[in-house]
Ligand binder design. Structure first.
Ligand SMILES: [Ca+2]
Length: 535
């Protein structure tokens, strides 16, 4: 009887997000190097999704598809500078409507004037720009904007004194922890959904010395797949251009240092998760809180000679999903494929709502059946519409096969059961001709590629036109003004120049000199202490 009333109570949700955390970097997904005791414990007592994916392997699009339960083409969230329309209902809107407190601490990379999107409270500023400065330009592919990733993240990898990313995540966790205690003491007894979203282990691959030292003497695993650049698929070759891979020599020592620092950052994330889980327990919330851990996308970490994300290979788009609620769901591994668009309907159902009654069609499915031990739909649909591409790139994963299609490139088909490293493209082989034809038909049913390409490029053109005057004169007001705040609207806007590259901002570790304040000054330009509360 007691257990029944417990289960019928609406649970709290604590959503732990990491940025650029690939599934295979975690011991609960088979990694032999990383040290992540808190995540290991969550996984051991939770439901671990073995085949979980982002729907678009880039920061902002991935987050917007997660929050809305929609594919990015449905909401115009094409790239890292595409506006997330305020009229799109998010999981925060739905949960708030269902009587939840909705709180965001940390990164969400909202682009546009709405910096809340249904969260009634935001405890920190963001770390990334809210404006349109990072708009790609498919009409000038050969031009590499200064804000694109470069190989500096890899060639300068190593220990550091401090990064703006550590500044940020320390605050994210401090504020989230404090909020847990505040909620425990509050008269407001609504259940809560708190998102604590860290920017680690995103590059630059630099991490403070203690975390670097945690991997001293440990054999850092090197990339499994090495392919000559000229043998890569066309999208991968374009990514080499976009990331300037051929502009700097990358040695094995660089690769090893980058991967070691990445593991250090993964351990940093794990430590922060430990802090938050301890606070959850101390605040007496642990028994009635469902903890979810996932990321926005993965990291290639040198596999195929590629870094970062922006493609549909496993290291870039397969991410962890752990759902920890031992009182509700027995520990297990869920094998069928699922993806971030499934998070919204899952939370709506767990909160007592009906995903079918959401205000828009949803592109995801509730995972409650899988959490309870049943079989899932086993399907992932992906879209990539940002830098490195020159036309839409789409992906269908169903069962053991992954199909990647772009109108400008040869198709790719991989059998992930036989070939987990995606070494053998089966798309042009006779035994798979029928499967490929069916998948191409499905692509044609799902997408009008010409229309989608036109929509993406029209959006890029509009945003470039809005941004150009700001980029020419950074001393004048940016694309969004502060007057919205003065008029009593919901939040202050952060003005960040169109050329800012937060991931390049770090303070190298030097044994021979006192730290300078260069990196701290650079960080402060966008690390304003702006608290955003809905009025
Ligand atoms: Ca990201």
């Amino acid at each position: 009887m007691k257990e029944q009333s417990f289960v019928s109570d609406r649970p709290n949700f604590l959503i732990l997000m990491a940025d650029q955390l690939t599934a295979r970097a975690l011991p609960c997904y088979g990694n032999q190097v990383a040290k992540t005791p808190h995540i290991d414990a969550l996984a051991a007592a939770g439901v671990v999704f073995d085949s979980f994916y982002c729907n678009s392997p880039l920061c902002a699009p991935s987050r917007f598809s997660t929050l809305s339960g929609r594919q990015i083409s449905a909401i115009g969230a094409y790239d890292n500078a595409a506006e997330f329309p305020a009229q799109v209902p998010t999981l925060a809107h739905y949960l708030r409507d269902a009587g939840y407190q909705t709180v965001l601490s940390g990164k969400m990379h909202f682009c546009g004037a709405d910096q809340l999107h249904g969260f009634e409270e935001r405890l920190t500023t963001d770390i990334y720009p809210a404006d349109f400065g990072w708009t790609p330009d498919w009409s000038r592919f050969e031009h590499r904007p200064s804000w694109y990733h470069s190989m500096d993240s890899v060639t300068q990898a190593g220990p550091c004194t401090r990064t703006n990313q550590v500044d940020f995540d320390d605050e994210v966790v401090f504020q989230a922890r404090q909020k847990l205690f505040d909620m425990a003491r509050s008269q407001d007894k609504r259940p809560f959904c708190m998102v604590a979203s860290m920017t680690h282990p995103h590059d630059p691959y630099v991490i403070p010395q203690p975390y670097w030292d945690r991997y001293e003497g440990i054999d850092i695993d090197m990339p499994r797949v090495r392919i000559k650049p000229e043998l890569l698929d066309p999208h991968s070759r374009r990514l080499r251009h976009v990331c300037g891979l051929d502009l700097q020599a990358v040695t094995d020592a660089h690769v090893r240092a980058a991967r070691r620092a990445y593991y250090g950052a993964v351990s940093y994330v794990d430590d922060q998760i430990g802090v938050l889980l301890a606070a959850l327990s101390d605040a007496r919330f642990a028994d009635n809180t469902i903890v979810l851990l996932f990321a926005d996308h993965g990291d290639m970490l040198g596999e195929r000679g590629l870094w970062y994300k922006m493609n549909f290979f496993e290291p870039a788009c397969r991410i962890p999903l752990i759902v920890h609620a031992p009182g509700r769901f027995a520990a297990r591994r869920a094998g069928e494929s699922a993806s971030l668009v499934d998070i919204l309907p899952t939370l709506v159902e767990l909160a007592g709502g009906n995903p079918a009654e959401c205000a828009t069609p949803l592109d995801g499915n509730s995972l409650v059946v899988q959490l309870a031990g049943g079989a899932g739909k086993d399907e992932v649909i992906g879209e990539y519409l940002a830098e490195g591409a020159i036309a839409p790139l789409v992906m269908i994963k169903r069962g053991r096969y992954k199909f990647v299609h772009s109108p400008v490139d040869p198709d790719q088909l991989y059998d992930l059961q036989e070939d987990p490293d995606e070494l053998r493209n089966l798309a042009s082989l006779m035994p798979h001709a029928t499967r490929v034809r069916e998948l191409r038909d499905e692509v044609a049913r799902r997408w009008d590629m010409n229309e989608l390409q036109a929509a993406v490029m029209a959006s890029q053109r509009q945003r470039h036109r809005c941004t150009m005057p700001c980029a020419r004169d950074a001393t004048r007001p940016g694309i969004f003004s502060r007057s919205a705040t003065q008029a009593g609207s919901m939040c202050a806007m952060i003005r960040i120049s169109a050329t800012s590259r937060p991931w390049q901002d770090f303070l190298p570790f030097r044994h021979d000199a006192a730290p300078t304040d260069v990196a701290f000054c650079a960080a402060s330009s966008y690390h304003h202490a702006i608290k955003m509360r809905q009025s």
